[in-house]
Design a protein around this ligand. Sequence first.
Ligand code: PGA
Ligand code: ZN
Length: 425
Amino acid sequence: MDDRFIIRRVHGVQALDSRGTPTIKAVVETRGGGRGYGLAPSGASKSSKEAVELRDGGRRWRGKGVSRALAMLESIVAPRLTGIDSRRQDLADSILNAVDGSGNKSRIGGNTTTAVSIAVARAAASTAGVPLYRYLGGPTSRLMPVPILNVINGGAHAGNDLAFQEFMIIPMGADSFSEAMRMAVEVYWSLKEFLKEKYGPVAVNVGDEGGYAPPMSRVEEALEALERAIDRSGYALGSDFYLGIDAAANHFYDEASRMYMVDGRKLDRGALLDLYEDLAVRYRLVYLEDPVHEDDIDGYREATRRLGHKALIVGDDLYATNTKLLAKGIEAGATNAALVKINQVGTLTETIDFIRMAVGSGMRVIISHRSGDTEDSFIADLAVAVEAGIIKTGAPARGERTSKYNRLLEIEWELGSEARYRPFI
Ligand code: PGA
Ligand code: ZN
C-alpha cells in the first residue's frame, strides 16, 4: 500500500471572494508531502435548487460570515477524512455527504464541501506530482475549451437596466485557445472604445464578471455594441465570432402575472421565444442559457425545439448541476446543453457524475465559474480533464477571471503539439 497518498491533515481558513464576501479555503495535506487547496465560489443569480451555503447570520459580515462552517470543517469533517487515501475522491465525497446528512449540504454547507472536495483532488495530484488536469482526466485529455466570454453584464450582475444577465462573444474562428483569447481581448478593447464614445466614460465600468456595465436599457443595444466591436477589430460576426446570451430569466419573470419584463415590455413565453428567435438570426446567437424561468421545463423544451438546431440551449438554473434534475430534463428533451458549476452540487464526484450523464445523453457541457469567484483556477483543469470543449469564465479582466484563462494558457503550452482545439457546434 502506498501511504504517501494518505490524508494527514485537513484544515480551513476564511478567505474572501471577488465581492469581498467571506468564503472557505480548505487545505488538504498528505503523508507524502502533497498539499492541495480549494476555494468555494458563490453565485448571485442562484438556482433555488442549489446546494446550500452555510453562513453565520447575525450582524458581523452582514450575516455572511463562515465561522460556523469553518468550525464544522475542523470538528467533524477533518477527523473523518484524515487517514483515507486522497485518490479515493468518491470516498472523500461520500464522507462529506454522510457527515452532512441533509441531502442539500445545508448542515455543513455546500461552501465547505466544495472547498474540501477540490482540495482533496489537488492534494492527490500534488502527491502524484502530475498536473491537475492529467490527474483528473488521464493521459488522453488534451482538448482545450472554446472560451465564451461575458463582456456586457446586466441583470443581477450590474447596476443597469438590461434584463438579460450576460452578453457573450465566442471566438469560433480561432485555431487554438491562445488565438481565441487574443481575438477576444481585441474585441473587448474595441468594445471599450465604442462604449466610451457612445455612452460616455461611465459606460466602461465593469460588472461582477468583468464585462462592461453600460447604462443601456434594451437588450438589442448590447448585441448591437458587440457586433460593432467585432467589426471594429477587423473580424466578422458569423465566422470569426458568434454571440451568446445568458438570459437568467428567473430575474425578469413576474410570478404574479406570469409575464417576462424585457425592455419595458411585458412578454408572455411565446413572445419571449419570438424575441430570442429574432435576435438569434440577426446577431448570430449560438448560445442561449436559461431562456425561461427555472420551473418551466416545457418552456426550455419549446426553446430547444425552435432554436436547438442552430444554438446550444443551456440549462443552468434548470439543472443546478444535479443529476436528478438532469434526468428530468433528458426525459423531457428540455435542452441540448448543460452548465456545470461544482458548488451548485457541492462535490467533485457529483459534478463528474452530472457531466457523464449529460454527455451520455448527447448534450454538450459547459464548465462555468460563478459571479462571486476567486483566484482558484480549478475549473480550467476540470474543463481540459473532461474534454468539455467549452468554458464560460467571464471577461478577460479581473484576477478571478484571468486566473482561469491564464491557467488554460499554461496548460496549452504544457500540452504543446498535443493540444487540440475544436470550435463547437
Ligand atoms: P451566478 O450567475 O454565478 O451569479 O449564479 C452565473 C450564471 O447565471 O451563469
Ligand atoms: Zn446562468
